[in-house]
Write a protein that binds this ligand. Structure first.
Ligand SMILES: Cc1ncc(COP(=O)(O)O)c(C=O)c1O
Length: 431
């Protein structure tokens, strides 16, 4: 751990990057805009750690935003990839690895009877919405404030930490005509959903949600919320879609749907199932999935979809996750981290709330409780920024936004958590 943090090379590279890529990045949150200060340019990752181009080492709680659940660059994943690489990087034709990963996903995720692989979570969510509309013959969609389902036009309404203007798209360039069919409700508010169904009878194709929110910070569903949505969607002839891009194979092997016992009609996946390579997937009931081309009329395609490298990394990652004790371990170390952070906040006089489930956690600088995005927005963002920078300076890499969940991995050790908590105590004592 280096104090002060020397980041000369990071600064040089990021300055050059800003001249040639918008904001210097290929995905906005990486630019550290919401916490301010200089982003860190990574050089390599291994296990629970990341090293920047200046040689600083960090305990990484971002994990490439979720995929690195077995730890970065797991030797078994890397070896499997090396072997697969020898056979070529892309086929654009059927390959048996697709069958293997598809069977693993179908076996694991309760709602999935058939699956289609794509290349990102965004693509999975775009495709699932088309499918919801194709299957029901209806156009309207209910999503929740603060939930992110990728950057498709019709999802860019109250999409997490983006600009939240009533009824308007979060981004210029998104036609109003596209988002008028996107209805929003506060997370954990069944009455609001009921009202939307009553106001739009026979018009709503379905409800999509993060069954545990990670894109407005970490927000779990209240007891009965998922069950209530299951009943409401059935009563109204609409589909229930769990976006498990973040939670799939993380909260439990079979995702939130396994843990909660609530089975949606359709599910989107990404992150973990690609083991660090670009993958997304959507799947669900056989009768619905049978509408997807070429089995049915709903068109969706992809040059690199089912790519052998991505399939290989996914298969190996899921194999590693199947080992006994995996999720118990994730839960144990993450609980230690989360309860430790809350305890330290309390002892150092900061109003904070948060929690964890399995290897996903969050900490808000607000007394809470946080049930939805409006509650999350009450957090002290300036304090979070100072906390983030202090932790970074002590070798702890946290998500650079109050409105992002944190992730642990099987590679994080008790000692890593102890170091993280010691750093948190120092930082919180000085905030
Ligand atoms: C719940 C959820 N859905 C969809 C996406 C979009 O996935 P991708 O970034 O792979 O396009 C994300 C990304 O973080 C996500 O967390």
């Amino acid at each position: 751990m280096t104090i002060p943090l020397i980041t000369t090379k990071s600064e040089e590279i990021f300055a050059a990057a800003q001249k040639i890529m918008p904001g210097g990045v290929n995905s906005p949150v990486r630019a550290f805009k919401s916490v301010g200060g200089q982003p860190i340019v990574f050089d390599r990752v291994q296990g629970a750690y990341a090293w920047d181009v200046d040689g600083n080492q960090y305990i990484d709680y971002v994990g490439s935003w979720g995929p690195a659940i077995c730890g970065h660059a797991h030797p078994e994943v890397i070896n499997a990839l090396k072997e697969a690489l020898e056979k070529g990087t892309s086929f654009g034709a059927p390959c048996v690895l697709e069958n293997v990963l598809a069977e693993m996903v179908i076996d694991a995720v309760p709602s999935v009877e058939m699956v289609r692989f794509v290349n990102s979570g965004t693509e999975a969510c775009l495709s699932v919405l088309r499918l919801m509309r194709a299957f029901t013959g209806r156009e309207k969609l209910i999503k929740f404030e603060g939930c992110y389902h990728g950057h498709g036009d019709m999802f860019l309404v109250k999409a997490g930490s983006g600009v939240a203007t009533l009824g308007l798209p979060d981004s210029p360039g998104v036609p109003k005509a596209v988002t008028v069919s996107t209805l929003t409700a506060p997370y954990n508010d069944l009455e609001a959903v009921k009202q939307l169904f009553n106001e739009n009878p026979g018009e709503i194709a379905g409800v999509i949600l993060e069954p545990i929110v990670g894109n407005a910070g970490f927000i779990p569903p209240d007891g009965g919320f998922l069950e209530g949505l299951r009943v409401l969607t059935r009563e109204n002839g609409a589909l229930l879609v769990f976006d498990e891009v973040m939670t799939g194979f993380r909260i439990a092997y079979g995702g939130v749907q396994e843990k909660s016992g609530v089975t949606p009609d359709l599910t989107t996946l990404g992150k973990v199932i690609g083991g660090g390579l670009p993958v997304g997937a959507y799947g669900g009931r056989r009768d619905i999935m049978s509408m997807v081309a070429p089995a049915g009329p709903m068109y969706q395609a992809g040059t690199l979809s089912g790519n052998p490298l991505a399939m290989t990394a996914g298969i190996k990652t899921l194999e590693l996750l199947q080992k006994p004790g995996t999720y118990e371990y994730l839960d144990k170390i993450t609980k230690k981290l989360s309860s430790g952070l809350l305890q330290i906040a309390k002892e150092t006089g900061h109003a904070a709330c948060g929690g964890q489930i399995s290897g996903m956690f969050g900490l808000f600088f607000t007394p809470g409780p946080v049930h939805n995005y409006e509650d999350a927005k009450k957090s002290d963002l300036a304090k979070f920024s100072r906390f983030h920078r202090g932790m970074l300076e002590r070798g702890i890499y946290l998500a650079p936004s109050q409105f992002e969940a944190g992730f642990t991995s099987l590679a994080h050790t008790d000692e890593d958590i102890d170091k993280t908590l010691a750093a948190a105590r120092e930082v919180m004592s000085s905030l």
